[in-house]
Design a protein around this ligand. Structure first.
Ligand code: ZN
Length: 475
């Protein structure tokens, strides 16, 4: 028989008492209740080297959940994504406990991630969660990011647009709204754009997905931008019409970017001002001529301001006398293609046809072959440079975006130009909207007082600056 000392006996008695109390508490508080709870996990490799998934299955009395956690090996990235997963899990636990108490039954949650794009520098990931509570429809939630693997942080739209964000983000938002609208129409949705507009107003676009070097993607969960019956809505925005705004190093790492540059001012001998000395600004008008153009020419003549007109070739024959007058009164007559199709949608041959047909029509009217071209919708790609070089022309975008086509309001248009005016700026306007024409005299009056001189592109750059390139302002 083993002989225990007094102290040892005391320890044994204490140990038995503690076990007894713990046992009683476990029994009393039903830690092992009618349904057994469990949690297990396994690791799964993805098709991406170094990225694996921890799949956790969890079951409690009220719910079951299958959850994917990502492990990329990049701590900050994993933390951001998995914290979001934990938030979704926590809110589901709360909801399911409540719903089970009210309705009985067991709720289920499924959380999964998808890698949309994996490059040496960036990782684009979307997280999708579905929860199916007892006696209710499944609910969807999404979250997405494009991470820099170098900083571990999610890249924002502000970062990819840089200083162009003021114009780039509203333009992107317009494209996103248009794409959502198209989806709702294709679905014969029961809702209007009101839901989308409200959602985008409360949660402005900031994070994004990218599936390839030529597009941005935004995923909206069920009910966010459409009716519940529309389901999730994902929109892909090609970057061809956003090139002007994607000229940052971050954007160049993520996307194929067609370069735009500033160009030196040229002191044309016959110019009304030497733009190396004076504060020159170039107003440019696209998509005309229209029935409003003659009135605009009257205003410009009265204020002794020169401008540039990017003419749609197919409209030129009808308004040949307006175009003649533009040339005669010191404005630059320029090419806005024949049919105003985004040139990125055209073959090289079709692209050249659009340019040449318009040049020929305008030369017939004015006697001068245009040297400047504005690509419709600002859509550019690498093919355009060769087409421009072949025609000895320069592409021109802009540095001041009035968005007069979106907000047809003279005061807003006036305000945008005055706020953004800088020496060498190129301002885009459209001589097909009445509010634009109304804004012009006010713009000229205010900026003239600030010492600005209104010049044509021929005066700002000379007859032809940098053929084969695309410029957006003078510097
Ligand atoms: Zn246009």
């Amino acid at each position: 028989m083993i002989r225990l000392t007094f102290h040892a006996k005391l320890w044994v008695i204490t140990g038995i008492a503690v076990l007894g109390i713990v046992g009683f508490l476990l029994w009393r508080y039903q830690i092992a209740p009618t349904e057994p709870g469990y949690e297990n996990y396994k690791w799964v490799d993805t098709k991406y080297a170094g990225i694996r998934t921890k799949v956790v299955q969890r079951s409690t009395a009220n719910n079951t959940a299958i959850i994917e956690y990502i492990e990329t090996g990049n701590k900050p990235i994993d933390t951001t994504i998995n914290n979001k997963v934990d938030d979704l899990v926590a809110s589901f636990q709360k909801d399911s406990d409540e719903l089970t108490r009210l309705f009985g039954g067991k709720a289920e949650q499924n959380i999964s991630y998808q890698i949309v794009r994996n490059t040496p520098t960036h990782l684009s990931v979307v997280l999708t969660a579905t929860q199916q509570a007892p006696s209710s429809h499944p609910e969807h939630q999404t979250a997405y990011w494009t991470f820099s693997k170098i900083t571990g942080r999610a890249v924002t739209l502000d970062e990819i647009f840089g200083q162009a964000n003021r114009d780039g983000i509203p333009r992107l938002e317009h494209l996103v709204r248009t794409a959502i609208d198209a989806k709702l129409r294709a679905n014969h949705s029961s809702t209007t754009m009101d839901i989308a507009n409200e959602f985008l107003a409360s949660q402005p676009l900031s994070s994004f997905l990218t599936a390839d070097a030529a597009s941005l993607r935004f995923d909206f969960a069920q009910g966010e931008v459409g009716a519940e019956s529309d389901g999730d809505i994902s929109v892909t925005i090609p970057t061809d019409t956003l090139q002007l705004f994607l000229q940052t190093p971050t954007a160049r790492q993520l996307f194929t970017v067609s370069p735009v540059s500033n160009a030196p001012v040229f002191a044309a001998a016959d110019a009304k001002a030497d733009c190396r000395q004076k504060k020159c600004i170039a107003l440019t008008f696209d998509d005309g001529p229209s029935q409003l153009t003659a009135g605009l020419l009257d205003q410009l003549a009265q204020k002794k301001a020169h401008a540039t007109f990017f003419i749609i070739g197919s409209l030129s024959a009808r308004r040949a006398s307006t175009i003649q007058r533009q040339a005669r009164e010191g404005h630059t007559v320029a090419n806005h293609t024949w049919s105003h199709t985004s040139m990125t949608k055209l073959s090289v041959i079709a692209m050249e046809k659009e340019i040449i047909a318009t040049n020929q029509a305008l030369e017939k009217i004015t006697g001068t072959k245009p040297s400047y071209l504005r690509p419709p919708n600002a859509a550019i790609n690498k093919n355009i440079y060769a087409a421009l070089a072949a025609q000895n022309m320069t592409g021109v975008l802009w540095s001041v975006d009035t968005r007069d086509w979106a907000d047809k309001d003279a005061t807003i248009i006036y305000n945008r130009v005055v706020a953004s005016a800088r020496p060498g700026a190129i301002v885009v306007l459209h001589d097909i909207h009445r509010p634009t024409i109304e804004a012009v005299p006010r713009i000229i009056d205010t900026l003239s007082k600030q010492g600005y001189v209104f010049v044509s592109l021929d005066e700002l750059f000379g007859k032809n600056v940098r053929p084969g390139q695309i410029v957006y302002k003078a510097a």
